[in-house]
Structure formats: structure tokens, C-alpha cells
Design a protein around this ligand. Structure first.
Ligand SMILES: C[S@@+](CC[C@H](N)C(=O)[O-])C[C@H]1O[C@@H](n2cnc3c(N)ncnc32)[C@H](O)[C@@H]1O
Length: 203
């Protein structure tokens, strides 16, 4: 699949919400509760809110949360945005859909796996996780190396979801151009997975 085709399908770096989140939400007959972990400017939280979901969304970076709150208020959407660290966050309730895009590679591997485990436990029966992360298929761009703490070989993240059904997975290289003409080669991993509700711990 060509880059532009991937972009069209999963638009990971566009200003709008990720089409992967739209696909994950479409797996439900009625809107439920969604948690967006590492929401940034909130693009993937505003979309489900507009579609009738009850949305909690957090980020470690308070200016991002302030921007997300402004966007929600301008769009007259209700989203519970708050500042929190995914490594310490303890959900008080269960979510039907958990979105975690662009965050896991900023954590060290064990932390990333602990975050996934915590989120798994806070997911409803037949709940869905939508994940996007850096895979190790290409080197991390030099200007991101000081931020990125781990990358994931294809298949590694899936192993954290024993007995969950893989709805969609893809690994690909994305040639991206950021503001100011900065070019990046991103090695992306994408996973949409659904709980089958059989109790089983990740190895
Ligand atoms: C690449 S951005 C992705 C933002 C958003 N998920 C999206 O797809 O547009 C990664 C976000 O993760 C946040 N982040 C990094 N470490 C975090 C942590 N430990 N807990 C919560 N958020 C974190 C960053 O502040 C940043 O907003």
C-alpha cells in the first residue's frame, strides 16, 4: 500500500481525528465510554464526543490539555479532559473503547506494558483498544531520539493481549513532512484489538 493510500485510510498525522479511532468506534452498535490516553490536543477525544460517546481524556502536558479544552468548548462538546501521567493513572471505571495513539514509545518498555495491562483491566466485556506506536522497522528520526524510549518489533504489542481478538493490525513505514518542511520516516505499528473477556494474564 502506498503512503498516500495509508494516509487516506488511517491519516495518522492529520489535524483531524484518526480514521482508526473512527473504525474502532464503529465496532459498537451504540456509543459508550471512551478513554483517550495521551490525548495531546484532543483530536481523538473530540471525534467520539461528537458521535455521542462519553469521553475521558488525559495527557501529561497541561498546555495540550488547555488547548484540547478550548477546542471542546468552541465545538460545544463535552469531554472530561485532565492532566495525568499514564504510568500512574488508575482508572476508576471501565471503558468500552480505549485509545492510546502516539504515547507508548515515549515510555520505557516495562512501563508501556504496565500501562497496557492497567488499561486492559479497565476495559468492559467486548471492549476495544486502538493503539498506534513506533515499531522498530526503521530507525527513530534523529530529532526524536532523545524523546523516544522504546520501539516495538512487529507482533510484540499483540502479545500483551492474550485471548483478545485482533480486529486490525498493520506495520508500515510512513514518509511524513511536518511543519517547516521537516521530513520524517516513521515506522508505525497500528493495532485494534477486542476483548473476548476470557480472563488471562499477559506473559
Ligand atoms: C504524539 S502525541 C499524540 C497525541 C494524540 N494521541 C494524537 O494522536 O493526536 C503523544 C502525546 O503523549 C503525551 N504523553 C507522553 N508521555 C505521557 C505520559 N506518561 N502520560 C500521559 N501522556 C503522555 C504527550 O504529551 C503527547 O501529547
Amino acid at each position: 500500500m502506498r503512503d498516500d493510500e495509508i494516509r487516506e485510510r488511517y491519516d495518522p498525522l492529520s489535524d483531524g481525528h484518526s480514521a482508526q479511532v473512527e473504525m474502532a468506534a464503529s465496532l459498537f452498535e451504540v456509543p459508550g465510554r471512551v478513554l483517550d490516553v495521551g490525548t495531546g490536543d484532543g483530536r481523538n477525544a473530540l471525534y467520539p464526543a461528537a458521535a455521542g460517546w462519553r469521553v475521558d481524556a488525559f495527557d501529561i502536558h497541561s498546555p495540550a490539555i488547555e488547548r484540547a479544552q478550548r477546542s471542546a468548548s468552541l465545538a460545544r462538546l463535552e469531554v472530561a479532559f485532565f492532566v495525568a501521567d499514564a504510568r500512574e493513572f488508575e482508572p476508576r471505571e471501565s471503558y468500552d473503547l480505549v485509545v492510546c495513539h502516539g504515547l507508548l514509545h515515549f515510555l520505557v518498555r516495562d512501563e508501556a506494558f504496565a500501562v497496557i495491562e492497567g488499561l486492559r483491566k479497565s476495559t468492559t466485556r467486548r471492549g476495544v483498544h486502538s493503539l498506534a506506536f513506533f515499531s522498530n522497522a526503521a530507525p527513530v528520526p534523529s530529532d526524536l531520539q532523545h524523546l523516544v524510549k522504546c520501539t516495538f518489533p512487529p507482533g510484540e504489542v499483540e502479545l500483551r493481549y492474550p485471548a483478545w481478538e485482533v480486529v486490525d493490525r498493520r506495520y508500515y513505514i510512513l514518509n511524513d513532512e511536518h511543519e517547516g518542511g521537516v521530513r520524517h520516516v516513521h515506522s508505525m505499528g497500528k493495532l485494534v484489538t477486542r476483548s473476548t473477556h476470557r480472563a488471562q494474564r499477559a506473559q
